[in-house]
Design a protein around this ligand. Structure first.
Ligand code: PMP
Length: 355
């Protein structure tokens, strides 16, 4: 039976493993932004809850969010679409603009949710490995991409942290006209450049952004995309469901965006901490840390993996343990948290290595 076969196929697919919540632990495994003051967000959330009438569907609130997003990125709202996290926008674009039987190309390692989602939608994924220092052979990538319908570029890349040089990405985009190109900029607020403006001028490029990372709103589930006017219009009127984001999340997101000066200050603090943690780890024998343009670091710990993982567990610090990845051994992805969280993480690594 066709239905049973399809359910069987879906049950065998790789799936996103949701991290476990450990009470009291320092959570450095999901690239959230704990450097943003929790009181700042909690106060805005409480005010939003007091003012909301949840008996009504959200109407004006969506418009207010569009207005604030446009202001933050300096691009008219005609080019913007919003969703319940960028995860949901990815899902909608895959289902409507790619679909069963089409082909995607990605470099690896990259954001595994994207690959899983392609497979769920019956989209075949061609994986081009990144080089030793996570650089991309762009010519090879373009050559292989000629056979694809859909191209995914994570910029900065999760889990490696690096953002490919702007010229390289521009070359890929220039070489692949007519294919849908998704540039996932979930971490671009911490990086050197964004292609959002470029996407408004192209008929095939979508830049994906989110408030889950720099804006400290992972729990509110608000993502957005920037693309050409026609696709943004079709997305708003037809592709997106009428009420994808709750009144509470819309109001909270709008108010946090109104105070983006405070968020920008935190972004600078995170970037300074990223440098400090990187420099400290560079002093530790036997491990290698990779340059990052995001709010996390990719660390290759080799033989020290077990000892470091054990020490972190003992200290109640959760990081993303990746094991072997892309020819590197004992890999971990660790978010940059508050100075205090980062210090606790660094002490664990330093202790495990001398032990
Ligand atoms: N893209 C990348 C590269 C991510 O790392 C994440 C979050 N893990 C997302 C998209 C999804 O973010 P959101 O919370 O907006 O769904």
């Amino acid at each position: 039976m066709k239905l049973a076969k399809e359910i069987g196929r879906i049950s065998r697919l790789d799936r996103y493993k949701r991290p476990e919540k450990v009470k009291g632990a320092a959570k450095l495994d999901s690239n959230e932004n704990f450097a943003l003051d929790s009181e700042f967000i909690a106060k805005i959330a409480a005010e939003a809850a007091r003012g909301a009438d949840l008996r009504e569907y959200p109407l004006d609130e969506l418009g207010h969010l569009y207005g604030q997003l446009a202001k933050y990125i300096g691009i008219s709202e005609k080019y913007i679409g919003v969703g319940s996290g960028s995860d949901q926008i990815i899902e909608l674009l895959l289902a409507t603009l790619a679909g069963r039987g089409s082909r995607a190309i990605v470099f690896v390692p990259t954001f595994s949710y994207f690959i899983d989602r392609c497979e769920l939608n019956g989209i075949r994924v061609d994986e081009v490995p990144l080089g030793k220092d996570f650089e991309l052979d762009a010519r090879k990538f373009v050559r292989r991409a000629k056979k694809a319908d859909l191209v995914y570029i994570c910029s900065p890349n999760n889990p490696t942290g690096n953002q490919l040089d702007k010229k390289t990405v521009q070359y890929i985009i220039d070489s692949l006209r007519g294919k849908l190109i998704l540039v996932d900029e979930a971490y671009a607020d911490f990086a050197g450049y964004s292609l959002a403006r470029e996407a408004t001028r192209r008929d095939n490029v979508v830049v994906l952004r989110t408030l889950s990372k720099a804006f400290g709103l992972a729990g509110a589930r608000v993502g957005y995309m920037v693309t050409n006017r026609k696709l943004a219009g079709a997305f708003k009127s037809t592709i997106q469901s009428p009420y994808p984001i709750s009144t509470l999340s819309l109001t909270i997101a709008t108010r946090v965006l109104e105070r983006s000066a405070q968020v920008k200050k935190t972004i600078e603090e995170v970037k300074a901490e990223r440098k400090r943690v990187f420099d400290r780890l560079a002093q530790v024998d036997g491990i290698k840390t990779y340059r990052s343009d995001a709010n996390f670091l990719f660390i290759e710990t080799g033989k020290r993996y077990r000892a470091i993982a054990k020490e972190l567990e003992k200290e109640g610090i959760i990081v993303r343990l990746l094991g072997s990845a892309a020819g590197h051994s004992g890999c971990m992805r660790v978010a940059i948290g508050t100075r205090e969280m980062n210090d606790r993480f660094l002490s664990c690594v330093e202790r495990a290595v001398v032990a």
